[in-house]
Design a protein around this ligand. Structure first.
Ligand code: PLP
Length: 384
């Protein structure tokens, strides 16, 4: 069966160059990066090389990169490690659950929490951030790009507010890294989480940028790995892969890869909107990452559409991968003021570096046909 994968915000396929870079780690280059003998030193060199590549992607120093097991760990490390009991934290209502639930857990253990709303485009208003500041505010954590809509938050303005108030600024850049350039110094972040498997490296590796001189309480206690910021033997193959994926992402910005992806995303979006009535893009009008579109198809259950498309070979999603299968509509779309029915009728298409024009043709034909078929049997739909 011909299959097309447009669920790259859930996870991306490992690129062949990334796989080749990590392959030696499963053979002759197997050492523990903390060992002092030849094998260990070889792995150490590979880890430090990867750290340089991640630092280049983020525009920071290599010593400011802490390798983690992924985005969830990076978010938890930032949310727990940058603050103490009694501190106040500001987040937004559209954060990934890795931030939302970590912040809620912080609230249970004595932190104060403000959860900011977003507007109909899915944007946080920097003025709300300013107004939410309290004398004990220690941390603002606002994501760079939303995983469901792709909407890019005004992190530059929020960064200025954080700097003026002398408050830490963490951003979950899991869905932004490799899709839009990130320049740590210009924006003045304290911490940034990224995840390998959203940028064509494997699952189970990520990194947290932590600004030089920042006190970070670790999540784990053990050896002095990662300058005592993250105990545990380094995942050398994953780290090497993340380094290579970072290099490829940077190269992609130079060669205009993201422009090609944006053009394909726009063609998919316009093709759908031109031919399907009562459909619309969620988050339209706001700046978005190039690879994502979230579209509502009124009178259809998003979960049914995802299953029907999958049966025809097209993989898409109703939003956050972890919430697929759950009955509740997306918290992100609800926070944008969308009615639950419309939120439930929404699906996300997310492209990757491997996506081709033929994939878009295939997706268009399958979506048009499937939506028409599902609406024909929907008691809620009457053709206009
Ligand atoms: N943050 C965002 C915005 C995400 O989209 C995800 C994954 O979907 C995560 C965090 C969690 O990352 P990981 O799967 O690497 O733990």
């Amino acid at each position: 069966m011909h299959r097309v994968y447009l669920d790259n915000n859930a996870t991306t396929p490992v690129l062949s160059e990334v796989f080749e870079a990590m392959r030696p780690c499963f053979g002759e280059q197997f050492g523990n990066a903390s060992s002092i003998h030849h094998h260990g030193q070889e792995s150490r060199a590979a880890v430090e090389n990867a750290r340089e590549s991640v630092a280049k992607l983020l525009g920071c120093r290599a010593s400011e990169v802490v390798f983690t097991s992924g985005g969830t760990e990076g978010d938890n490390l930032a949310l727990a490690g940058l603050i103490n009991a009694g501190d106040h934290v500001i987040i937004s209502s559209i954060e990934h659950h890795a931030v939302l639930h970590a912040a809620k857990r912080g609230e249970e253990t004595g932190r104060n929490l403000t959860v900011l709303p977003v507007d109909g485009h899915g944007l946080v208003d920097p003025a709300d951030v300013q107004h939410a500041l309290q004398p004990n505010t220690k941390l603002i954590s606002i994501m760079m790009a939303n995983n469901e809509t792709g909407v890019l938050q005004p992190v530059e303005e929020i960064g200025k507010i954080a700097a003026e108030a002398n408050v830490h600024f963490h951003t979950d850049a899991v869905q932004a890294a490799g899709k839009v350039p990130i320049d740590v110094k210009r924006i003045g972040f304290t911490a940034i989480s990224i995840s390998g498997h959203k940028m064509h490296a494997p699952q189970g590796v990520g990194a947290l940028y932590v600004k030089k001189g920042t006190r970070l309480q670790p999540l784990f206690y053990g050896g002095r790995h990662e300058r005592s910021r993250r105990a545990g033997t380094e995942n050398v193959p994953g780290i090497v892969a993340l380094g290579k994926a970072s290099e490829l992402a940077l190269r992609g910005f130079e060669s205009g890869d993201h422009k090609k992806i944006a053009a394909m995303r726009d063609r998919l979006e316009q093709g759908i909107l031109a031919q399907i009535d009562e459909a619309g893009v969620n988050g339209t009008g706001a700046p978005r990452v190039p690879n994502t579109t979230n579209i509502h198809f009124d009178h259809i259950e998003g979960e049914c559409l995802v299953i029907a498309l999958d049966l025809k070979g097209l993989a898409v999603s109703t939003g956050a991968a972890c919430s697929s299968g759950a009955i509740e509509p997306s918290h992100v779309l609800l926070a944008m003021g969308m009615k639950p029915d419309r939120a439930r009728a929404s699906i996300r298409f997310s492209l990757g570096k491997q996506t081709t024009e033929e994939d878009i043709d295939f997706a268009l034909s399958i979506v048009l046909d499937t939506v028409a078929r599902l609406r024909a049997i929907s008691p809620r739909y009457t053709k206009q």
